[in-house]
Design a protein around this ligand. Sequence first.
Ligand SMILES: [Zn+2]
Length: 492
Amino acid sequence: MFDDGHSASSARHTHEQHLLLNASSDDVKQSSLADRAINPSVQDVCRLFQHWREKCYGKEDGLPLFQRLQLEVDTYNAKNSEQGGKAILQWYEKHSDMSDVEEEPKKKKRKRDHSDKPLIIAICTPLMSRAHKNICQAGELVFLDSSSSMDRFNTSIFIMSTHSSSSGIPLGVILTSDEREETIYNGLELLKSVMPENAFFGRSSRAGPQVFMTDDSIAERAALHKCWPHAVIFLCTFHFLQRLWTWLLDGKNKIDEEDRVLIINEVKTLVYERNETNITKLCDNLVTNTNIIKYPSFVKHFKILWDKRSAWAHCFRKNVLIRGNNTNNYAEAGIKILKEFVFSRVKAFNLVQMFTFIYDVMDLYYQKKLIAISNHRFDTYIALRFQGLISNKVLKENIAHVSNEYFQVRSCSDSNKYHTVDIKLGICTCEKGQDGSCCIHQAAVVQHFGCESFNFLCTQSPSSRLMIATIALGSGAINKLSYYASLHQQAK
Ligand SMILES: [Zn+2]
């Protein structure tokens, strides 16, 4: 029962329930519940559970735990390296020496201080490896987000992911014992070493993606910059504004309640402005606004924000292929999946269990999701957002196929205006499609001409469905195009 996910408590309750349901009479119910041979006591079940847990995951802490963890990592590598799955462990070491870990009292929690050599586990599973190779967005935009409190030692989990028409897909995971810049940097370096050769859609792990999107964590951003100095690092708009709200609400900054909305609105205007020249004018307006400059603390704070404007102002993202992603939402969704489906909202017993959750349960979740999409079974959101069902407004006669991947689509608002669509790159000359976001014009081309585009789920295309299944299952996926073809396509 423990193998099926029961805790000691739920296993005992379920077992007692079975005894009651299967009893032939009331007196059998009574006697079977009293018989310790068939109904173990609470203490018996707890001992059984502890025994099972130690057998599966080893000790809670100390040297035996690290030895077991190393064994798990080695076993994982031996089993998965051929399919591109790899993990690496950096042992946690006390500043003095490792014998401290061994000699600690069994029940005492290990306190980690900043002079210790941090624990790091970097993981790239076979599915993540295939995502690196097959999802072109992995070379364009990568999200990094972290969470903690998922085990009793507060180990941090960093998830690196990208977006695709099959929604967010993980590209690597790092577990660390703290969130210092140096630790994150070392974690990223270790992650690079376990990534496949063609990481980031062929750009290589050394080059990294073109753009990273993160929340406003100074340590995370500095570590990313040190690791991939040529990548652009953008701030998630939501986290940037949320942090500003926190600053405005902080009593020590002494911002009057009635002026907070005014300030946040002025900053928002700067964030969403699409023109680089205008943003300087808007900044001048802000710093001369008498209702704002009466707060010297904000003027000082704004100067710091303004200096890093290229990270948060949308006008600096115009020609970058972020495909409409100005927030870290895919990464946030990944953390939610981790907490809800992988950890089932409970803390892991130890690091071995955490490691197992990542390479096993998390991978299975994404495998299941991708298989569902390749089998044409997905929810309404994905259907509307990625299947191009937003294209109804554009009729086929308003689209001209210019050459190869180029199309001209008549504007919906101005019949004298045309937008050029490059369906291969997933770009359109309209306001929305310039950064590679999926727009109505690309959707119409996909729908009316049956073209393939990575901005959309091309469920009409058997080869696209095969590719999604291959990311999920690798060479084990059904490799027959006829399996992915609709009945109509098969009849042809
Ligand atoms: Zn467009």
